[in-house]
Design a protein around this ligand. Structure first.
Ligand code: CA
Length: 330
């Protein structure tokens, strides 16, 4: 496969802190010979493992960018042993637009891996991470939230992997992150995900969902800020003790955790995030909005569990994700 058109203005092998860009030429109407300049920080202090820390994989999720712009500005190379590569907003055009996907090509970065060096803008970004940054990394932390349309319980997550040793290493990093909840996920459709690209390369990979609604909150930003440092300390890349926090283990074992709306209307939540649900208990009602006098559609819990995610906007359309249940691990 041919080389990436993306050029880093930082030198990954140089000691010290460098603040630069991933420069992707993008000639367009408002900028002939222009480039997309995605901010990147590298911090290196001698030999050691490499952590790749990312946010803004989806452009409308903010805990990752807040925590990583802060870390990039605050980190002291003297507290690092090895290397940290920080990209606060992976899908930078989407981040600038405040949208999940790129306004340039509607690319959902987390569905386009391994990408293409000669593809769309978003495919080129995926290809650069797949062919340049992931191979440099030992541990990868990708901070997500729910974006404008979902809101999540704050959790760090790992996937169920075929390789039990790799999964155990991922779970140890997830536990170190120290979110209030720790989630074992079975992905419905993992094709094209950054997660899968990292896992297939044998990396320790942890992701998060830390809130949502197209904004961030003080509490969820605090979780992200301590979580990134905890993961760096867990891997021996950052000096200092892990800030151990109690975390409740949950799992989302498969398809049956997801409730999709089969109606368009007004959402009435029957429970809030984190509340327990017995099988058959109402999770939410969707009221018709064309006229009064019509009964709502009631959505019931498909299993015993708790509410892990919910549709965020007040109105919903047929096919939207209404709620996600998780199961407490015994
Ligand atoms: Ca996301």
């Amino acid at each position: 496969m041919s080389a990436s058109p993306i050029v880093a203005t930082v030198d990954y092998d140089r000691d010290g802190v460098q603040h630069g860009f991933l420069r992707l030429p993008y000639s367009r109407d408002d900028s002939a010979w222009g480039s997309i300049m995605t901010p990147i920080t590298t911090v290196r202090n001698g030999d050691g493992p490499t952590a790749l820390l990312t946010g803004g994989n989806h452009g409308d999720e903010y805990e990752g960018p807040v925590a990583l712009f802060e870390l990039a500005q605050a980190v002291d190379p003297a507290e690092i042993m090895g290397r940290v590569i920080i990209v606060p907003a992976m899908n930078y055009p989407a981040f600038r637009a405040g949208t999940r996907t790129s306004p340039i090509d509607r690319g959902n970065l987390n569905r386009l891996f391994p990408g293409r060096p000669d593809g769309t803008v978003t495919e080129k970004v995926a290809h650069y991470f797949d062919s340049v940054l992931l191979p440099l990394a030992d541990v990868v932390l990708d901070i997500h939230s729910g974006g404008r349309t979902l809101d999540f319980l704050p959790f760090a997550a790992v996937h169920m992997l075929d390789d039990a040793t790799q999964q155990a290493r991922c779970e140890a990093a997830m536990e170190a992150f120290g979110a209030p909840y720790s989630m074992l996920l079975r992905e419905i459709d993992s094709r094209g995900m950054y997660d899968s690209a990292a896992e297939e390369k044998g990396k320790v990979f942890v992701s998060t969902e830390l809130g949502g609604g197209g904004t961030s909150r003080a509490a969820t930003v605090a979780i992200a800020r301590s979580g990134v440092r905890n993961v760096l300390r867990h891997t021996g890349i950052m000096k200092g003790a892990i800030d151990h926090r109690a975390s409740i283990r949950l799992s989302m074992p498969g398809d049956e955790c997801f409730i999709l709306s089969e109606a368009t209307g007004l959402v009435e939540p029957c429970v809030d995030l984190g509340e327990p649900l017995a099988k058959g208990a109402p999770v939410a009602r969707v009221w018709p909005i064309e006229r009064t006098g019509t009964a709502p559609t009631v959505y019931e819990a498909p299993m015993d569990g708790l509410l892990a995610a919910r549709h965020f906007p007040g109105l919903i359309q047929t096919g939207d994700c209404l709620a996600v249940l998780a199961v407490a691990e015994g």
